[in-house]
Ligand binder design. Structure first.
Ligand code: FES
Length: 520
């Protein structure tokens, strides 16, 4: 079992032991590339660069797989969530072709890594089914299918589904894939070390000073590099990328079925947000993995309800024997539907970022790894411009983006938030949390199962938005750019690089007033 940025437990994290690095980092060495983030993007990039002859150091703030890689449902698709018809509309048909080529190459890279390094991660190619259930969905699905066919994808109409759903139209797509994401990145990590790369866990990147070299200040001291790659979704600090990415939470279950009717394929409906299903064997047991109920981070008051909705949906369609794992994880949508991969805007050209993967992190991580490797090795490709984080596209998705940032302004100044009375402080039941006013200050309070109160300053250390409680994950989530903190304010997700201020309850909450409210 490893740690993850959540209090729930994913199928993957429960079935793997902590990774033990074998090489020591050297504070006196100038590394060619320092990679921040030990998920699939960081490790894929690090391995490619190390194999290309660069001396690489990978720094992970927690344990490898702590972030989204430990919580993804790991679908590998050649049709991304931003479909080819949308990409054609937002960019061009040629660009849609480049995306098609890139995601195909990314799946190829994963397969190649698995074969070269004999990674036992349950990878296999399989069919995917996409189905509509009403007229509007049918129309959208037909458009997706037409544009995918134009990109050479093998997609055919079906009159049957391998799962018990009613549908108006369904398509089958061949050559999609799945795997166990943690088993895969452990294989990458070992291959990276065997090639001479160094991994340091529990080492948070705090700041960089970019002169002739990059001095990287971390929780374990300073390291020096010629280049740095942020594979942390959004980088720490304040950057345009934060204003161009919208953080989302997605929910997943791993269930055992009573009738053994596990679908062999990947299945997707066309709801908004959509549901998805697939099967995976982990340590000799078969699980149906179901996901959906996505929402913007910090914008859902009752996150436990998302699990209840998802479970009810799964039970309606499958004969569930047990729900063995339930978990949620975070992903980031870009403003125009394509990822941001390349030089970090506003920084010298030796600082790189890879983010905005939407729900396609598995394949876009490979796209990012290859593109950043090529840029650093001086091999320029057409995709460099397409995925350039500095691009600005005033497209349909931009409306949402503007609304999102209006939220930032509203919450940043904190004037429009509802006020809570002090009495609410005492009304917390074990397991509940609330942000309350106390003597002119906002206080984020959580009462644990033992009745212990945990209090932090709810002002996000990134850009001062107010965090909100995520009851499903027992975390304080920032609605602005997706930073997350545990109940004691410890950073779980960037872009915040400092913990929330912890408040001394005995000092800040006057015992006499608390007693008046009946609290101990
Ligand atoms: Fe930016 Fe909190 S993540 S203000």
């Amino acid at each position: 079992m490893i740690q993850r940025d959540a209090s729930t437990t994913s199928l993957w994290q429960a079935n793997i032991e902590p990774f033990q690095p074998t090489l020591m980092a050297d504070h006196t060495t100038t590394y060619d590339v320092i990679i921040a983030g030990g998920g699939i993007t960081g490790l894929s990039t690090a391995l490619l660069l190390q194999e290309a002859g660069k001396r690489c150091l990978l720094l992970e703030a927690n344990n490898i797989g702590f972030g989204t890689t430990g919580g993804t449902t790991a679908h590998l698709n050649t049709i991304p969530d931003t479909s080819y018809d949308q990409i054609t509309k937002n960019f061009s048909k040629e660009d849609a072709g480049l995306v098609r080529e890139s995601v195909g190459a990314a799946i190829g890279l994963i397969q190649q890594n698995i074969e070269r390094f004999s990674i036992d991660c349950g990878f296999d190619y399989t069919d995917a089914y996409l189905f509509a259930q009403d007229e509007q969905q049918t129309e959208a699905l037909e458009s997706i299918a037409k544009s995918a066919r134009e990109q050479g994808i093998n997609i055919t109409m079906q009159d049957q589904l391998p799962v018990p759903f009613q549908f108006t139209k369904a398509y089958k797509i061949t050559d999609q894939a799945r795997l166990n994401p943690l088993a895969y990145i452990y294989g990458l990590a070992r291959a990276f070390e065997q090639a001479g790369g160094v991994i340091v866990q529990h080492c948070r990147v705090m700041q960089i000073h970019n002169t002739t070299h990059i001095k990287v200040a971390t929780s374990l001291g300073e390291f020096t590099g010629m280049n740095i790659v942020y594979a942390t979704h959004v980088p720490p600090g304040i950057n345009l990328v934060h204003l161009r990415c919208i953080p989302y939470r997605s929910y997943a279950l791993a269930v055992r079925l009573a009738d053994n009717a596990y679908p062999a394929s990947l299945i997707y409906d066309m709801h908004e947000p959509y549901h998805y299903f697939r099967t995976q064997d982990v340590n000799g047991k078969k699980y149906l993995i179901a996901g959906g109920e996505d929402h913007q981070t910090g914008h859902q008051e009752n996150t436990e309800q998302c699990f209840r909705n998802l479970e009810a949906f799964v039970r309606e369609h499958f004969n569930v024997k047990s729900v063995d794992y339930k978990w949620s994880s975070q992903f980031y949508e870009s403003a125009d539907g394509l990822p941001y991969i390349g030089n970090l805007p506003g920084q010298p050209d030796n600082v790189y970022v890879a983010t905005g993967f939407g729900g396609n992190g598995m394949v876009y991580s490979g796209v990012a790894a290859m593109l950043i490797r090529n840029i650093i090795m001086g091999k320029h490709r057409a995709t460099e411009k397409l995925f350039d984080p500095s691009r600005i596209k005033p497209v349909a998705g931009f409306t949402n983006f503007v609304t999102h940032n209006a939220d930032v302004v509203k919450l940043f100044f904190g004037k429009l938030l509802p006020a809570h009375k002090l009495t609410e402080l005492a009304e917390l039941a074990p397991g509940e949390a609330q942000v309350v006013n106390y003597e002119g200050h906002r206080v984020a309070m959580f009462k644990d199962e033992e009745g212990m109160l945990h209090a932090v300053n709810p002002v996000c250390t990134h850009m001062k938005c107010e965090v909100g409680w995520n009851s499903a994950e027992r975390s304080w989530d920032c609605p602005c750019h997706g930073a997350r903190f545990d109940a004691d304010g410890k950073v779980l997700n960037t872009p915040a690089d400092r913990d929330l201020e912890q408040l001394d309850i005995s000092h800040d909450v006057k015992p006499v007033e608390v007693e008046e409210q009946g609290e101990v």
